[in-house]
Design a protein around this ligand. Structure first.
Ligand SMILES: *[C@@H]1O[C@H](CO)[C@@H](O)[C@H](O)[C@H]1NC(C)=O
Length: 250
């Protein structure tokens, strides 16, 4: 055992003996603490303060591309360019069959719609032009209250853009009868057999479908080629030079 080791042992012993001295363990009431020999380890203290910041790190990788910004202002117009070369005379553009079929269908649809629209407009125009006319279906009957023989009567209606009243069904016949009643005069119809005896036609030349002859009519008594509506709505043939109430249809 060398001298140094011996010295350490002696020193340790002195420290231990002094620590074991009862006078050294004093309960200090003031501090309310007690130093206990050979006690169990204390609880860990609170964490220390943050250290100093570390050195600056290396530069990171490039970030993702951002979203596109709003468009900028329009720049000033550029200089006018040189004139281009003259083009070739081309052939008209060609459509394929399916495109043509679609176009054709669309054209037909348009045509149908246009036709319906025109009919509708015409109908309203008729009513507007003839405020005191009687509308029945697509037709409007109108009278100015004038009387005339067949030729005069027909000419007046054509001049006004219509034809002489020619009822083609019971509804039209009833509407015409209203005018017959309100004017209390027989009405000359557009129906006649001037062209062929016994074959009655409408103003357009078509042979008649609907009829409403009075009993035993038409009898062509003494050459009667024109037709009138009587007070009960029934028809009678009469000589075309006889003057009756003129009613036109539009
Ligand atoms: C003939 O006309 C009258 C009056 O409009 C009507 O009551 C009658 O039903 C008509 N006859 C026919 C066959 O339509």
């Amino acid at each position: 055992m060398d001298l140094q080791a011996f010295a350490i042992i002696v020193l340790s012993w002195v420290v231990l003996v002094r620590a074991a001295d009862p006078d050294q363990c004093v309960c200090e009431d003031k501090m309310n603490t007690c130093v206990v020999r050979d006690g169990s380890p204390g609880v860990n203290g609170l964490p220390g303060r943050d250290g100093f910041p570390g050195p600056k790190g290396e530069r990171g990788e490039q970030g993702l591309r951002g979203i596109q910004g709003p468009p900028g202002k329009v720049g000033p117009p550029g200089q006018k360019g040189d004139q281009g070369p003259t083009g070739q005379t081309g052939s008209p553009g060609k459509c394929d069959d399916s495109e043509l079929r679609v176009l054709k269908t669309q054209m037909q649809d348009l045509h149908t719609q246009l036709h319906a629209l025109r009919e509708e407009v015409t109908k309203h125009v008729k009513v507007l032009r003839l405020p005191n006319g009687i509308r029945v279906g697509e037709k409007v009957f109108h009278t100015s209250g004038l009387r005339g023989a067949y030729e005069t009567a027909e000419a007046k209606c054509v001049q006004a853009g219509g034809v002489l009243a020619s009822p083609r069904n019971a509804d039209e016949n009833r509407a015409l009868l209203e005018i017959r009643k309100s004017h209390n005069e027989n009405i000359i119809l557009g129906i006649n057999d001037i062209q062929t005896e016994g074959t009655f036609r409408y103003p357009g030349g078509e042979t008649i479908g609907f009829t409403n002859w009075s009993k035993n009519e038409p009898n062509d008594a003494g050459g009667e080629d024109c037709v009138e509506m009587l007070e009960n709505g029934l028809w009678n043939d009469f000589p075309c030079n006889g003057e009756k109430l003129i009613v036109c249809e539009y």
